[in-house]
Design a protein around this ligand. Structure first.
Ligand code: GLC
Length: 754
């Protein structure tokens, strides 16, 4: 029955709703967004800046060196600040020192633009955590995020605004010294670690004085250096660049990283510092990066040495045109750039764009609101290296240890053994546990392996220590005494590896062997027939093949930070059950490099059958010494009942992968269950395995848990022949494993035509 009155009411109601919606849209479009307020502020500042002052904002100067922070702050630097010639400083720290320099910038320069203070806070500020390659082996993103949060708390309490971290360079060549600073060989794992570290450093609000501006480095493919020689030429295909080296940086940009550092190296003929395609087309136009790009140390002048710049002015021209915004101690932007502008070779518009990016980050940091907010001496005394941070450092160290081998379940050791011999040059080393880039960390705060063992054993146990030999060098005079000590012990803990100065920047090695005569020491200790446990302290995978064949138990301990000794003892004596997994493959010998898990199958895949002609060496096993994702436990885990739903799917949506994980041993422990896929047939060759998920699961003895992975089918795609990303129909094999080489469950699903 038609009711005119009710119809009219309904029309009026609909009209009312539309008016409300329109008003909101109109008002919102006029509401000054935070972005426009920021832009207005920056533009109002920019118009008042002289060209020299603009170029000052693009200049990053150092106030010290890593080993002597603040050591280079002189009256000259203070005068440069006063004149607005410097926009940022690094290797300056401390609430008082940064306050003094900030005061000069804010109160004595013409425009009072605050400085940014930076440091390489890569794995902790004063409370030093495991080196990044080590904490990546925890496969625990929450743990890594918390380490970054604590580092941010401590650094910002000491006047620092900006860290040159995370380092997210994929490394497939362990000869490369900087493998220690990153997250290993896999793009998926490295991308997760990039995101979690940036979240930890930057939090949700950069203007919070407890959050730290992050810098994803080194963009890009720095780890692809030929021969693993640092700074060397990188010559990779566009496909390898897109599928292996770029993904962690894309994740970093997606996570809102505030800055990016361009790498020293060239990529296929174009040095990164002058690489428009990657710094502008990819980073900004394709990914939408809106922070600023800082060059690496003196990298702009090094364009001359690369052979692409005639002189300093030309180097500056190339860099700023490519998309570099800030010059780390090259002083070209501060000096030669002025002539480039005055002669019209560089438009001031380009400089203004770079200056805006820098000022915008300073604005986001809240420095224009309160430039002294990070110079709080009270915070510095209460928040730096407090007990909570130290306890967490021990937790992070424990979780980063990887049990490589444990024959006859020789581990864990009993604490009440009568005599334990601790042998090896690294056992009482308080420097190496800090690893490279130890920021404000100090050796005196480190508990060494020897200290940790001595603190852990029962009162009736005698711990006997002998160095046996040096880390490097060939002096055999101490071996005999070490052997005799081992003969008098119930068990021997043999601490071998590299000094921390044998990895990190400019520390590439041509060999992956134990340095010096450590191998000789090991042979003679093992020859005593005593139970021997090897602890490796190293900044890269080592080809410890003889140890793997002749020593019953090996723990990969890396460089674990200030509580290394305590964490090692916790694992050695069973107070903590190790659950770490390798984030990088261990080659059997340097000749096996590059050796990574996500390799292609080839037409003649390597086979153990030597009668066949296959992609193998005639004089070496076809497998790595220890594979990617490898790590044992003091308990055992069983994988059951894999269910994949749906078994057929179009290229949208996700596949759910469920299985049961059970602790069938007698100890509580963590297992990192790993999800790998393989696209069996595709228009482009695909890797035999690709990590697409992982979870670190804690289980008590007998406990079972259902583990669920949601796999977006989108992640099964790849770049086609025209380098366009697509998901092709076909069978995707699913592998669930305890490592890339220890697959426990297999299944598959089919991607159907959309
Ligand atoms: C170095 C490194 C870079 C570091 C910078 C500042 O040369 O390549 O990682 O952040 O200088 O110390």
């Amino acid at each position: 029955m038609y009711n005119k009155k009710r119809y009219t009411k309904r029309i009026l109601y609909i009209l009312f709703v539309y008016i409300i919606i329109f008003l909101n849209l109109f008002l919102y479009s006029k509401k000054p967004t935070a972005e426009s307020e920021t832009d207005r502020f920056i533009d109002s500042l920019l118009v008042r800046m002289t060209t020299e002052e603009k170029l000052g904002q693009l200049t990053l100067h150092r106030g010290g060196t890593l080993l002597s922070l603040n050591s280079l702050v002189t009256d000259n630097e203070k005068e440069l600040i006063r004149k607005g010639k410097i926009g940022a400083m690094f290797n300056v720290f401390g609430a008082e020192m940064t306050y003094e320099l900030q005061r000069i910038a804010v109160e004595e320069s013409r425009l009072g633009i605050p400085l940014i203070f930076a440091m390489d806070v890569v794995h902790g500020f004063k409370t030093i955590f495991p080196v990044p390659l080590a904490y990546t082996c925890s496969w625990d993103p929450q743990l890594v995020q918390k380490a970054a949060q604590i580092a941010a708390l401590e650094a910002t309490a000491s006047g620092i605004h900006w860290t040159f971290a995370p380092m997210i360079d994929i490394a497939r060549d362990p000869r490369w010294g900087r493998i220690v600073e990153g997250s290993g060989e896999d793009p998926f794992l490295a991308s997760v670690m990039a995101e979690t570290q940036i979240k930890g450093y930057q939090g949700d609000d950069l203007s919070d004085s407890r959050t730290l501006l992050a810098c994803a480095k080194h963009f890009v493919a720095y780890g692809g250096a030929i021969g693993g020689r640092d700074y060397n030429t990188v010559d990779v295909s566009e496909r390898t660049l897109q599928e292996i080296y770029l993904p962690p940086f894309k994740s970093a940009v997606k996570s809102g990283v505030g800055t990016i550092m361009s790498a020293f190296n060239e990529v296929s003929g174009i040095p990164m510092t002058a690489n428009n395609y990657l710094l502008t087309d990819v980073l900004r136009k394709s990914w939408g990066f809106d922070g600023f790009v800082v060059s690496d140390w003196n990298a702009i002048p090094e364009l001359i040495i690369h052979g692409v710049a005639r002189d300093r002015a030309h180097a500056g021209e190339l860099a700023i045109n490519a998309g570099v915004d800030m010059d780390m101690i090259g002083f070209i932007f501060q000096k030669e750039m002025l002539d480039l502008i005055n002669t019209g070779r560089i438009s001031e518009t380009l400089v203004n764009t770079a200056v805006r990016r820098v000022l915008k980050v300073k604005y986001r940091l809240g420095l224009f609101d309160d430039p002294y907010r990070y110079c709080d001496t009270r915070r510095e005394s209460s928040e730096v290296m407090n007990e909570g941070h130290i306890e967490f450092a021990r937790e992070a160290a424990r979780k980063s240890i990887v049990l490589l081998k444990n024959d006859q379940k020789i581990l864990p050791l009993r604490k009440d053994l009568k005599r334990i011999a601790v042998i090896g040059p690294l056992a009482d080393d308080n420097d190496s546990p800090l690893g490279s880039w130890f920021a404000a960390g100090e050796s005196r705060d480190v508990i060494s392996v020897l200290d940790g063992i001595q603190d852990a054993v029962s009162s009736g146990t005698t711990v006997m220590y002998e160095k046996g030999c040096d880390v490097e060098g060939y002096d055999e005079s101490s071996i005999k005494k070490a052997v005799n000590t081992a003969k008098n012990a119930d068990a021997v803990v043999l601490v071998l590896g590299e000094h921390y100065r044998m990895s990190g920047e400019a520390k590439s090695r041509s060999s992956l062997k134990l340095p010096g005569i450590q191998q000789k020491l090991a042979r003679q200790i093992v020859a005593t027939d005593k139970p021997v446990i090897v602890l490796l302290m190293n900044g890269r995978p080592l080809s410890v093949t003889w140890l793997a064949e002749n020593v019953p138990a090996i723990l990969e301990c890396w460089f674990l930070g200030v509580r290394m000794g305590s964490a090692v003892a916790d694992v050695l004596f069973g107070d903590y059950n190790p659950g770490g997994k390798l984030a990088v493959s261990f080659p059997r010998t340097v000749g096996q490099v590059p050796c990574y898990y996500n390799h292609k199958n080839t037409g003649r895949p390597a086979s153990p059958d030597k009668t066949k002609d296959t992609a193998r060496y005639i004089d070496l096993h076809i497998t790595p010494l220890f594979p990617f994702g490898h790590g044992l436990s003091y308990t055992q885990f069983k994988y059951n009942n894999l269910v994949i739903t749906p078994c057929k799917i179009r290229s949208e949506g996700s596949v759910q992968i469920v299985f049961e994980l059970e602790n069938i041993g007698e100890r509580t422990g963590d297992e990192v269950a790993q999800l790998y896929i393989r696209d069996i047939v595709a228009s482009i060759t695909r890797p035999v395995q690709a990590l697409k998920g992982f979870k670190r699961i804690h289980l008590t003895p007998g406990e079972k848990k259902n583990v669920i992975f949601e796999l977006p089918v989108e992640q099964c795609g790849f770049l086609d022949r025209e380098m366009n990303y697509l998901v092709e129909p076909g069978i995707i094999e699913v592998m669930i494993g305890s490592s890339s080489a220890d697959i426990r469950l297999k299944g598959h699903f089919e991607v159907q035509k959309s």
